[in-house]
Design a protein around this ligand. Structure first.
Ligand code: NAD
Length: 450
């Protein structure tokens, strides 16, 4: 569905009108296209005091074809990114160096620029002053994200002990148009040994992915993006969605599996399909299928409650049990990826959505507990939590609710299904071995769930 306000204030006449009336003018986002340069200008890479992560980050950026400049470069062209390593800051006074570096960089940041801070997980530090200093970075990033304009974003990577070896995939994601609608977020990177996927454009070559709810909306976009990245995609949806499911599967060169994920043997059927049709194990499992049955809790009957929890949460738990059985043909391979779609409603709650929020918050508990159980097999388990995404679901909202949903985020617009899909493709990337048990919000820094 098109966002008429966004189109209008970015048209010739609308731009002037918006300026005269003092109306906000959200900038259309720059989204990834194959062959596109990662950034719109060079990346300024600086440290606040000691900066142990910078050599590795510079190497990652150069490998991704990004021009790296230092603070003394005196660059006259607009910067595409500012990367600040503040991971060694241990005293409140050390934050002054971070402020000074950001002030210099932000003044030169161009449209669709990226600000990426690197820190240390505060929980890893025992001294209150040290933990406070690192926690302060979160406040800086979340505020800068709210101050940036022109489609620019700011995010924070907390690099845990040993996480420096697994930084490449997250750094590449945040310093590219793939993270267009991820803003004001904090993600932790733990230790991991990346596969070193040779082909940056097709990192999922040779991999098989399952996407539930792939017949339309966000699920169809996930199938498309994973296929673009090289995966063979098994598209799963209910039999009633058979026609659109077949169309998506054809479009992405994958296979279709008509299946209600709440059926007791859904996991077995997925494993059998993967083994029989693709003759290998599963590499990526995306739990995207979801439903809403909104009502105030006082008006929510047992059926409305149970149906939402059955699709959005219980089915995932049951399917995981089967697909994580290492002895089963067509089950998840070691080094595999499980990615669940949660929601900002699962973080903040939402009026009329106690059942939905319970299911989506439950998903967060699921990924946190499961990730810890499967690290030994090199499997990562994460969730993405979309905010307002332009889909058939949000198009059906009353206009007032829809407009509020679209605007109450730092980018002033709704996200697109492809934005969620890009975040999932990042979590599915073979090099992304250090991010697990995390929830990545794709919400333009929505005030909901803030
Ligand atoms: P959608 O309704 O357009 O698509 C959901 C798909 O899941 C449909 O094709 C549907 O047939 C399928 N499905 C439903 N029940 C199923 C079942 N029992 N078995 C198999 N397939 C089933 O929804 P969407 O907007 O694309 O949302 C996708 C996911 O993203 C959901 O989990 C949703 O909760 C989540 N989400 C969406 C938004 C948003 O703004 N659209 C925001 C946050 C989270």
């Amino acid at each position: 569905m098109s966002d008429r306000y966004l189109d209008l204030v970015n048209s010739g006449v609308g731009r002037t009108l918006a300026a005269r009336l003092g109306l906000p003018r959200p900038t259309p986002l720059r989204r990834y296209a194959v062959g596109q340069a990662a950034l719109t200008g060079p990346a300024l890479v600086v440290g606040a005091g000691d900066a142990p992560l910078l050599p590795g980050v510079r190497a990652v950026l150069r490998h991704a074809g990004i021009d790296v400049v230092g603070p003394d470069a005196g660059s006259t062209c607009a910067l595409g990114a500012v990367v600040l390593d503040a991971s060694a800051a241990r005293a409140v006074g050390d934050l002054e160096a971070a402020r000074a570096a950001l002030v210099a960089g932000l003044k030169q940041l161009g449209p669709w620029g990226r600000v990426l801070l690197l820190g240390t997980p505060p929980a890893q530090l025992t001294a209150p002053a040290e933990a406070a200093t690192q926690h302060a970075l979160e406040g800086i990033v979340r505020s800068v994200a709210k101050e940036l304009r022109d489609g620019a974003t700011a995010n924070l990577l907390l690099v845990a002990e040993g996480g420096e070896t697994a930084l490449a995939a997250p750094v590449r994601f945040f310093l590219s148009a793939r993270s267009a609608y991820v803003d004001g977020q904090v993600l932790q990177v733990g230790p991991g040994a990346p596969e070193g996927a040779g082909d940056l454009d097709h990192p999922l070559d040779g991999k098989v992915a399952v996407v539930t709810g792939a017949g339309r909306g966000i699920g169809a976009a996930i199938a498309e993006v994973l296929a673009r990245d090289g995966a063979t995609v098994v598209c799963v949806d209910v039999p009633a969605a058979g026609e659109s499911l077949a169309a998506v599967a054809n479009r992405v060169g994958g296979t279709a599996l008509q299946l209600d994920i709440t059926t007791p043997d859904a996991g077995e059927r997925i494993a059998a399909h993967v083994a029989q049709r693709h003759g290998q194990r599963l590499d990526v499992l995306v739990h995207n299928a979801g439903i809403t049955r909104d009502k105030l809790l006082v008006n929510t009957d047992a059926e409305r409650w149970a149906s939402v929890l059955a699709v959005n949460l219980e089915a995932q738990l049951r399917i995981n049990d089967v697909l994580l059985d290492a002895t089963r043909e067509g089950a998840l391979a070691d080094g595999g990826r499980v990615i669940s779609v949660s929601s900002t409603s699962g973080i903040a709650g939402n009026r009329g959505q106690a059942n939905y929020a319970a299911s989506k918050a439950g998903v967060i508990g699921l990924v946190q507990a499961l990730s810890a159980q499967v690290t030994g097999r090199g499997i990562t388990v994460n969730a993405v939590a979309p905010g307002f995404i332009e889909t058939e679901m949000t198009a059906r909202m009353p206009i007032g609710t829809r407009e509020v949903g679209r605007r109450i985020n730092s980018l002033g617009q709704g996200g697109r299904p492809v934005d969620v899909a890009e975040a999932i493709a990042f979590l599915a990337h073979p090099d992304n071995t250090g991010v697990t048990g995390q929830v990545l919000r794709v919400c333009g820094q929505s005030m909901i769930g803030a």
